[in-house]
Design a protein around this ligand. Structure first.
Ligand SMILES: [Mg+2]
Ligand SMILES: [Zn+2]
Length: 135
């Protein structure tokens, strides 16, 4: 059986939201997220918004690449993020979606801008829910 993966947004989900992050030392894991988390890959879109690339969320290009490199089924993943584009990405690949209320998440929930499968307060709660389902 193939390994199942959790696809995590970065800003507002695993680290504090910053306007523009270019210094790896500025990465701050949100409280509780630092425990028991192992990242098997880090993928990012190097393009600009108007480049119309296939890897900027909600386009699934980076997930497709990760799925080939790490050998997993995108539809068996859980996508966790704080914005509409994260949830849309999850839907496009057929994955389960979770909106965290950190970053922009609370705002997105209040405006009903997205309809994820689950709302959770933060990444820690997301991890707890996922481990409960896997038992
Ligand atoms: Mg985000
Ligand atoms: Zn891109």
């Amino acid at each position: 059986m193939k390994k199942r993966y959790v696809i995590l947004d970065r800003d507002g989900t695993i680290i504090e939201e910053r306007h523009y992050l270019s210094d790896p030392d500025a990465v701050q894991l949100l409280p509780l997220a630092a425990e028991d988390v192992r990242l098997d890959g880090i993928y990012f879109c190097p393009h600009k918004l108007d480049d119309n690339c296939c890897c900027r969320k909600p386009e699934p290009g980076l997930v497709d690449l990760a799925a080939r490199q790490l050998d997993f089924n995108p539809a068996a993943c859980v996508v966790i993020g704080d914005k509409r584009c994260d949830i849309e990405l999850g839907r496009r690949i057929g994955a389960m979606t979770m909106l965290v209320r950190t970053g922009y998440g609370a705002q997105e929930e209040a405006t009903c801008a997205v309809a994820p499968d689950h709302f959770v307060d933060n990444l820690h709660d997301a991890a707890k829910s996922i481990s409960t389902w896997m038992k």
